[in-house]
Design a protein around this ligand. Structure first.
Ligand code: GRF
Length: 197
């Protein structure tokens, strides 16, 4: 049974696009049913629509600090799409435990560091500042603790002496586009064996 996948984005959606393109392959165990964003101007929405995937946007700003109210509005298009799996891909809003618990065991995120190192923001800047020889990205199950759930995959890249956060981010992003589709292929058939690229 092909799994129905909804993807949440906040920006350009390059990870989302890599996932959509991979799901076009014959025999893929998952298919996209929705791309939704907290930003109506997110560039990824046009990319998803261009791939024929239904899109939705719920601007988080009118809700101010009322995260629960924003999430209640965001849940409308998500639940209407009846996803089996929810993927966060460059989604930049912190989700409440209530929202996360609703999708327990079927929500993944990609984070641009080798977790458990550098949860949160500015991961590349922190890796460079720490003098790390390696950096990378992690796909993990989403749990109520930010950037903390079971790891389903990681990809490593070297940190080069003249790296800036931007040059390192670009190197990691290439690996993100390989890792997330590879993890989804396994996760969609119930295989939680971690992938290390
Ligand atoms: C990527 O670095 C991803 O790891 C992070 O958001 C950034 C942008 O992702 N979560 P995308 O291009 O919007 O997929």
């Amino acid at each position: 049974m092909t799994k129905r996948v909804a993807i949440l984005i906040s920006g350009g959606g390059s990870n989302m696009l890599a996932l959509l393109r991979d799901m076009e392959a014959a025999g893929h165990p998952a298919r996209p049913v929705l791309v939704a964003s907290n930003d109506p101007a997110a560039g990824g929405l046009a990319k998803a629509a261009g791939q024929g995937v239904p899109v939705a946007a719920v601007d988080h700003r009118p809700y101010g600090r009322d995260r629960a109210a924003f999430e209640a509005a965001l849940l409308d298009p998500i639940l209407a799409a009846k996803p089996d799996i929810l993927l966060l891909a460059g989604f930049m809003r912190v989700l409440t435990p209530a929202f996360v618990t609703r999708f327990a065991g079927r929500m993944l995120n990609i984070h641009p560091s080798l977790l458990p190192k550098y949860p949160g923001l500015h991961t590349h800047q922190r890796a460079i500042a720490a003098g790390d020889a390696e950096a990378g990205c992690t796909v993990h199950e989403v749990t109520p603790v930010l950037d903390d759930g079971p790891i389903l995959g990681q990809a490593r890249v070297p940190v080069l002496p003249d790296d800036t956060p931007d040059t390192l981010a670009a190197r990691v992003l290439v690996q993100e586009h390989r890792l997330y589709p590879a993890v989804l292929r396994r996760f969609a058939v119930g295989d939680r064996t971690p992938i290390f690229l």
